[in-house]
Unconditional design. Structure first.
Length: 291
């Protein structure tokens, strides 16, 4: 990271970069955006194919409970990683387990689990309110990419690396499992295994994104770039690449723009506004093209 900050300072001195890049937190924020954007965009295509738009929302809201549990168990309030990771992973796997063994519609089931996570989180936060800063909760809800530390970047890099190692060799099989489970079974694929693997990946990227994008908005960044790309292309390869590109641009622009324009907007909200702008432009383009 020191090398990247040195290069950024050289860019500022030469006039290639603005003065804001002389701050370490800005460099950290850009690195986080570049790590997270492509991954969220790529996984978002599978989220759309599998129709799990609100799954990551439920996991994101479960982060509140995970943070409260971590603080209650003695973890530092700034980074309760063990409580956050453990609860969110158990929550996601239990949600998928119940889905596979009941006839309850999936959107109803997600709504029940989401409400339960929020209720338990709100109850536990009453007990830890004296130990944490209220602004930390704002960061969890709406994201604060400019407060990303070196430790956060390491956690994000490890999570992204693990997801990429899992995703690259299994992408086509997960995609086929999403589109046509029957054909996947005929080919001998263990559809339940790939379902749970995908749930684990979505949970990992959601946990890694909470501090950056925010628990309320992380599901939107998984969904909007993919939905935008779907409006512009029908080719699967282009779909994945375009979704990853749009998510990355949204993360970078949503990080830099409020800083440069001195706007008091949370980074998560700015990122989603940029992504939604791309979606609206793509929608207008499709309407005009059809007309």
């Amino acid at each position: 990271m020191e090398l990247l900050r040195h290069w950024a300072q050289l860019g500022v001195d030469s006039g290639f970069l603005s003065d804001s890049f002389s701050y370490a937190f800005m460099v950290n924020a850009i690195v986080a955006a570049l790590l997270l954007g492509p991954l969220l965009g790529g996984l978002g295509t599978l989220v759309i194919a599998k129709r799990l738009a609100f799954f990551s929302e439920a996991v994101g809201h479960a982060a509140l409970t995970g943070i409260a549990l971590g603080v209650l168990l003695g973890e530092p309030p700034e980074n309760p990683f063990i409580g956050l990771f453990s609860f969110c992973m158990i929550f996601a796997l239990l949600l998928h387990f119940v889905r596979n063994r009941t006839n309850v519609p999936y959107d109803t089931l997600v709504g029940v689990f989401l409400a339960l996570a929020l209720a338990v989180g709100a109850a536990l936060l009453m007990y830890v309110a004296r130990k944490i800063n209220i602004h930390m909760l704002e960061n969890v809800l709406f994201g604060s990419i400019l407060t990303v530390t070196d430790q956060d970047l390491w956690v994000l890099a490890i999570s992204c690396g693990l997801i990429i190692l899992l995703l690259i060799p299994t992408f086509n099989r997960i995609l086929l499992t999403c589109i046509s489970p029957d054909i996947a079974r005929v080919r001998g694929y263990k559809t339940n295994f790939y379902d749970y693997l995908f749930v684990i990946m979505i949970t990992l990227v959601t946990i890694a994104s909470v501090k950056i994008v925010g628990a309320v908005l992380v599901g939107a960044l998984l969904l909007i770039p993919g939905a935008t790309a779907r409006l512009l292309t029908k080719n699967m390869g282009s779909f994945v690449l375009l979704s990853s590109l749009l998510a990355t641009i949204s993360c970078v622009v949503g990080t830099v723009l409020p800083m440069e324009l001195k706007l008091p907007i949370p980074s998560g909200a700015a990122i989603i506004i940029v992504a939604a702008t791309f979606f609206l432009i793509a929608t207008c383009y499709r309407i005009i093209r059809k007309g």
